[in-house]
Design a binder for this molecule. Structure first.
Ligand SMILES: Nc1ncnc2c1ncn2[C@@H]1O[C@H](COP(=O)(O)OP(=O)(O)OP(=O)(O)O)[C@@H](O)[C@H]1O
Ligand SMILES: [Mg+2]
Length: 237
């Protein structure tokens, strides 16, 4: 069964229509990429899944339930978490406080101590820095806090919007490994990523969005073998 199904979705930002026809269908346990150029509509798609932007037309289903008209907190309560573009941490607050913020719903709050230990196991550096202001951390460590905060809500579907921006190259591997562990624990992952090579190292399958439309979908191997995709996104001739 689909964990996330987006059907013929249309979304506008004020007078500007950003999504015209986005179709996505993701099963539980998958690792799926959302690829596309700047301004293609990747962030708008993730935002529409969690209800930041209303649908003009089309539908969003989570685990078979139509959430298209549902408010954001109700969607999050169904097990969706978004790690937004630019992290959006509370920089004056401590790492621990930022993490705890992710556990505000009832069930996650009950399991807060246990989940916090899981986050510290994924990202040991955060345990060391738990008492420091989040804003004092490096870009990579702040991204770990943003991912950790999402994990604190105990999601079954984790949406990540360009999580490697501002992360030093030597830290990218650590974050990637942590995402792999999160996936291995059964969390379904949707990764928006500019670096197509990096995305295809991680995901099993990806969608390509162009001008607000899903124009291509395929397994990693299908996409790598697709000449048009290769020349556009992988720098292959
Ligand atoms: N909050 C907003 N207000 C107005 N227009 C917006 C807003 N967010 C996005 N847009 C516009 O909607 C279109 C899709 O943007 P979106 O951010 O979804 O693209 P993206 O694929 O995430 O791009 P990027 O790779 O640059 O992050 C673009 O034309 C963008 O300028
Ligand atoms: Mg974006």
């Amino acid at each position: 069964m689909s964990l996330l199904k987006v059907e013929a979705l249309q979304v506008a930002h004020g007078p500007l229509q950003a999504l015209w026809n986005v179709d996505i269908d993701i099963r539980a346990g998958e690792k799926v990429g959302l690829l596309g150029a700047n301004g293609a509509g990747k962030s708008t798609t993730l935002g529409a899944v969690v209800g930041y932007y209303p649908a003009l037309a089309g539908a969003v289903h989570i685990a078979g339930e139509d959430v298209t008209r549902m408010a954001t907190p109700d969607r999050l309560a169904r097990g969706v978490a978004l790690v937004p573009e630019g992290r959006r941490l509370f920089t004056e607050m401590t790492v621990r406080e930022n993490l705890e913020m992710g556990a505000y719903l009832r069930e996650p709050r009950r399991k807060l101590a246990e989940t916090l230990e899981q986050v510290f196991t994924l990202f040991p550096i955060l345990k060391e820095k738990a008492g420091q202001a989040a804003g004092a951390l490096s870009g990579g460590q702040q991204q770990m806090v943003a991912i950790g905060r999402a994990i604190m809500s105990r999601p079954r579907l984790l949406l990540l919007d360009e999580p490697f921006i501002g992360v030093a190259p030597i830290i990218v591997g650590d974050v990637m490994r942590a995402l792999g562990e999160i996936a291995a624990q059964g969390v379904t992952i949707v990764l928006v990523e500019q670096n197509t090579h990096r995305a295809l190292d991680f995901v099993e399958r990806a969608y390509v969005i162009e001008n607000g439309r899903t124009v291509l979908e395929g397994s990693r191997d299908d996409l790598i073998g697709n000449a048009a995709f290769g020349s556009k996104f992988l720098g292959l001739d």
